[in-house]
Design a protein around this ligand. Structure first.
Ligand code: SF4
Length: 327
């Protein structure tokens, strides 16, 4: 039986809304942005678990909560069976090495004044894993692994001297240098040129096998998840609407929102025509989400019950879970 590396239980993150001084004095209550609102899921060892949804769905906040870069409001996060949701910063130190992140924008996440080799190896010194000489050897090795070559030349370059694809490889190398178990990849190829996206995805898959990695792959692009993810969860306004293995969700989506997102995935055939089901209107405010099903103001199948009762996630078999009153 495959073991879980991460277990998320009833996780919530509410951010208080910042107000002006007078507004704060007059306000009777504090408003909260419900970025993540009671979600539960598992990430199995060795799999790529996708979190997908439109901007503002709460997927990035979920990734940050799992890494404890953001403190949860409520709920539990288990990493390898240890509850890390309430560990102190000192207690978290040992876990930090085992979970790393790849940010969307490699340019913003690399220190412009640090040479690439030093950026990649910085955490080795922070965690006192080795000295400067050993660091250089380890960094050159990992640069070779991610195809950041010629290693000796690129080691001494600054981020602005690299191409976008090379910078993304550097960020991947930096995430790998501590030999983590889990990598949270937050839109890892969104900023890359279209021509190098496929290469970067293939690199991530190859590295997963080589280093025995588990990925949480966060994206708004369902076309990408099809090629890299084993399982997927679809998020909307802080909730999970549908989750299951990638084949089931793609071939037989059960939630109207998933259907709508999938209808926007391009088909690699210029003659093929597909009905686009993306609903009109903006995502409602996460400060005051719609009652009942949060999708009801945009759903083409909405019924009376939808604005009154929030649908539960129900298992339709084969761990394919859906939260919709139609099911
Ligand atoms: Fe649409 Fe109702 Fe299902 Fe929500 S619960 S997705 S509003 S049919």
């Amino acid at each position: 039986m495959v073991k879980n590396l991460v277990e998320v239980r009833n996780l919530k993150k509410y951010f208080p809304v910042q107000k002006g001084f007078v507004e704060t004095l007059l306000a009777r209550k504090i408003d909260y942005i419900k970025a993540v609102d009671d979600i539960s899921f598992n990430i199995r060892k060795g799999e790529v678990f996708g979190l997908a949804g439109e901007s503002g769905s709460g997927k990035t906040t979920t990734g940050r909560l799992i890494l404890r870069l953001t403190e949860p409001t409520e709920g539990k996060i288990f990493f390898n069976n240890t509850d890390i949701s309430s560990l102190s910063p000192t207690e978290m130190r040992g876990f930090r090495k085992r979970m790393q992140i790849i940010f969307q924008d490699p340019y913003a996440s690399l220190n412009p004044r640090m040479k690439i080799g030093d950026s990649i190896g910085h955490s080795l010194l922070i965690h006192k894993i080795c000295d400067e000489d050993e660091k250089r050897k380890k960094v050159l090795n990992i640069m070779e692994n991610v195809g950041l070559t010629p290693t000796n030349v690129l080691y001494g370059k600054y981020p602005h001297q690299l191409s976008g694809g090379q910078r993304q490889r550097a960020v991947i190398a930096r995430a790998l240098i501590l030999q983590p178990d889990l990598i949270v990849a937050d839109e890892p190829i969104a900023m890359a040129d279209v021509s190098v996206r496929a290469t970067l995805l293939k690199l991530m898959i190859d590295l997963k096998h080589e280093f025995n990695l588990t990925y949480l792959f966060i994206t708004h692009d369902l076309a990408t998840t099809k090629y890299i993810c084993d399982r997927i969860a679809i998020m909307y306004l802080g909730k999970i609407f549908e989750t299951g293995n990638i084949y089931d969700v793609y071939s037989n989506p059960k939630h109207p929102y998933t259907e709508a997102l999938l209808s926007a995935v391009p088909i690699p055939d210029p003659k093929a025509r597909r009905k686009h089901l993306i609903p009109g209107g903006e995502i409602p405010s996460p400060i005051n989400p719609p009652p009942g099903c949060r999708f009801h103001p945009r759903c083409p199948h909405t019924m009376d019950i939808c604005s009154k009762e929030e649908p539960e996630l129900i298992d339709l078999g084969n761990n394919h879970l859906v939260a919709c009153h139609l099911k």
